[in-house]
Design a protein around this ligand. Structure first.
Ligand SMILES: CC(=O)SCCNC(=O)CCNC(=O)[C@H](O)C(C)(C)COP(=O)(O)OP(=O)(O)OC[C@H]1O[C@@H](n2cnc3c(N)ncnc32)[C@H](O)[C@@H]1OP(=O)(O)O
Length: 439
């Protein structure tokens, strides 16, 4: 474990340390890593750490290349909980973001953000995220990303919601039928084999899905049932089935568990459902609809642009229960970010961006031609076509929201006639961005 201490600020007297996890990291019950996990569990109202879980968690975090932050109160009150347990936690890793048109950027991912109630609203989150975003920008990352527990926290730091999913309930009784012609076959698979199979299917999904973020080490183990949601111990209720195409290539999988006989209508809960093609997506639903004794299937991460109702004999079998934001993006470098995505239309647009932390502030001229974008920074005072805050730029970046909607919401200002229309056209995505990774 490499460790270094960051500069101390005058008040509050909280020491912040960062460390990475590697093969030599101490995973004993009284190690700094164990204390860090205790801090995270406390922050998310989960149970105490089981010491036996630590080696597996360490292996996962090492594979992810995570950097962990802990904030320590060296002046605890009497009888305070173990002062080695951080009063605030924070973690980062890097993974691939599909930005459309077969292009990918390495995104700086932020996770495990907690501040103990006794230390909240004293600026600890601000202190960590401000330093971290600066360091990420200095390392050359164009984009930071996170999934948020509350929608009120991260806008002030320049993040904007960029992708959504929907929760659906599907009535799979007699009236359920998928109209598309069937192909390939489904197989219920062994948990050990499911790890590699789900990774293979996800890789194909990631390659074709704008908005997708690469998955961390634990994901495939959870989708296979080898790990549970909270502990790296088998989830014996979870089942995994894989769809193979006519050539025998896995092109979809679904992991699911039964809600129990006391819950009516009898319900199967989908934990993870990933398809490498629209056709495979429908095959997974055909399988779910064929589960005997089951009356309803629930899924919390369906795409916003969902072909399912259009593929059903009775479209009312699928009921939308909620809409959730998933990926929040924070543009750190507009030149690299806007130059990194692809464009459906040619055109020129000048954007003025404000940024409370300064990273993305400025006026930028975007020229899109033949699918690619090039960006140059203009001098202060250049006349923009549109003006917005960096959080609105993060929301618009993948095409998840139309510039006209942001303008209507007062989040984007038109500065030259036709500017909003041009922005709407330039930022249009071929399909709604879809992130099916929580981190
Ligand atoms: C990526 C992820 O991991 S998402 C998970 C986030 N974590 C959680 O939800 C766990 C429970 N909550 C917490 O642990 C804490 O309340 C946190 C991490 C959300 C906030 O930590 P704090 O140290 O209290 O935040 P900090 O004092 O730095 O606040 C910075 C600013 O954000 C505001 N703020 C912080 N949390 C919230 C919130 N939940 N809702 C609205 N505003 C908030 C503060 O008022 C402050 O505003 P100001 O700068 O205008 O004065």
């Amino acid at each position: 474990m490499s460790m270094h201490t960051q500069a101390e600020t005058a008040a509050p007297p909280i020491r912040i340390e960062t460390f990475s996890v590697g093969p030599d990291t101490d995973t004993s019950a009284d190690s700094p890593l164990a204390a860090w996990f205790e801090g995270v569990s406390f922050g998310f109202h989960e149970g105490r750490l089981e010491a036996e879980d630590l080696p597996r968690l360490a292996e996962a975090y090492a594979a992810d290349g995570r950097i962990l932050w802990g904030a320590y109160d060296d002046h605890p009150g009497p009888h305070a909980w173990n002062p080695r347990i951080p009063v605030a936690t924070y973690g980062t890793m890097v993974n691939s973001l599909n930005v459309g048109g077969g292009r990918f950027l390495d995104a700086h991912l932020i996770t495990a953000v907690t501040v103990r109630p006794t230390h909240r609203r004293r600026g600890l989150l601000r202190r960590m995220i401000t330093a971290d975003l600066q360091a990420a920008a200095d390392r050359g990352h164009a984009i930071a990303a996170l999934t948020a527990s509350e929608a009120t926290i991260y806008g002030r730091f320049g993040f904007g919601t960029a992708t959504h999913t929907t929760s659906i309930e599907v009535d799979v009784r007699e009236r359920f039928a998928v109209t598309a012609p069937p192909y390939g076959r489904m197989e219920v698979v062994e948990a050990d084999a499911a790890v590699g199979l789900t990774q293979e299917v996800f890789a194909a999904f990631h390659a074709r899905s704008p908005g997708s973020v690469g998955r961390q080490y634990a994901y495939a183990r959870r989708s296979a049932g080898l790990w549970g949601e909270e502990r790296p111990q088998p989830d014996k209720a979870l089942r995994t089935a894989v769809h193979y195409d006519d050539d025998g290539t896995p092109d979809g999988f679904v992991s699911y568990s039964f809600a129990g006989w006391e819950k009516t209508p009898y319900t199967m809960r989908v934990k993870d459902l990933v398809a490498a093609s629209e056709a495979a997506y429908l095959e997974l639903w055909r399988y779910l609809g064929s589960l005997d004794l089951i009356e309803r299937v629930t899924f919390g991460m369906a795409p916003v642009e969902d072909p399912l109702p259009w593929a059903l004999t009775d479209r009312r079998c699928r009921v939308l229960t909620s809409d959730e934001d998933v990926l929040w993006l924070r543009i750190l470098d507009p030149v690299a970010a806007l130059g990194g995505r692809s464009y459906q239309h040619d055109g020129v647009l000048t954007l003025s961006v404000t940024d409370p932390l300064g990273h993305a502030a400025g006026t930028f001229e975007l020229t899109a031609a033949n699918g690619a974008g090039s960006v140059r920074t203009l001098d202060d005072g250049a006349d923009p076509d549109i003006a917005m805050d960096v959080s609105a730029l993060g929301s618009m970046y993948l095409g998840g929201v139309d510039a006209r909607i942001l303008a209507a919401a007062g989040r984007l200002t038109e500065c030259s006639p036709g500017g909003v229309e041009r922005a709407a056209q330039l930022f249009t995505a071929a399909r709604a961005p879809y992130c099916i990774t929580h981190f």
